[in-house]
Design a protein around this ligand. Structure first.
Ligand code: MN
Length: 234
């Protein structure tokens, strides 16, 4: 069946398209998929018990409707060890397959500051049992995100500070130049596995210092040039 113009045939109201605000315009960025890169900073790979020696990048996904802007992060059920991971988020304006490295950045619409909130205890159990990571990674409001700053305004940041404060104390700090896989490499590699499309977000990995949150914590994150994010754990 054609999927265009079938609104009258939906048996339920179609779900809303999750969107991010875009700096400098009232228009919004619609989210299609959310990819995340694992262990992309050597110091974080080490703190998670892995050898940071350059192995191929690996990916997992969150759901588009896990992304939220503004308001609280609700402490999720079934976990006693929910961690923060500050990350730069890449927002794609063009897609494709097998995107050449030299053209990769042409596919980027802009960048945002986000967090890959993680139920570390459930992720750890999944790892131990050889099970998928969704329960640890793709839960409700697990992807707090700031507005998208267009590349036309910020360029394509390849260095600059990335940090996270919890209750005014610096907990994570790193530099974008410490990424094992750079943004163009991530796009090229990912486009060999999946057909990328406009609206895709890529969480590009977190520096070291990840740790648990508690209800009431005030989270403040920053990426040089890209922006800031602030929310509360509720
Ligand atoms: Mn992450």
């Amino acid at each position: 069946m054609e999927t265009s113009d079938v609104r009258a045939r939906y048996v339920i109201e179609p779900p809303p398209v999750p969107c991010l605000p875009v700096i400098g315009t009232d228009a919004v960025f619609p989210i299609r998929r959310v990819y995340c890169v694992g262990r992309n900073f050597a110091a974080h790979a080490i703190e998670m018990g892995h050898d940071p020696e350059k192995e191929p990048p690996f990916f997992f996904q969150k759901n588009p409707d896990n992304v939220f802007v503004g308001g609280d992060f609700p402490y999720p059920p079934q976990s006693n060890d929910v961690h923060f991971e500050i990350e730069m988020v890449v927002a794609l304006g063009q897609g494709g397959r097998d995107i050449p490295l030299a053209r990769a950045l042409d596919h980027v619409f802009g960048y945002a500051v986000g967090l890959d909130m993680t139920r570390r205890d459930l992720q750890g159990k999944a790892k131990d049992m050889g099970r998928p990571w969704e329960v640890g990674k793709a839960f409700e409001r697990s992807a707090p995100c700031g507005p998208v700053k267009p590349a036309s305004a910020v360029g394509h940041p390849s260095d600059g500070a990335i940090w996270l404060d919890v209750n005014g104390e610096r907990r994570q700090t790193g530099d974008l130049n410490q990424m094992i896989w750079k943004v163009p490499e991530i796009i090229t590699y990912l486009s060999g596995l999946f057909t990328l499309a406009p609206g895709d977000l890529i969480f590009s990995g977190t520096p070291s210092g990840v740790g648990p949150v508690a209800k009431g914590d005030i989270m403040k994150g920053h990426v040089d040039g890209v922006g800031d994010i602030e929310f509360r754990v509720a």
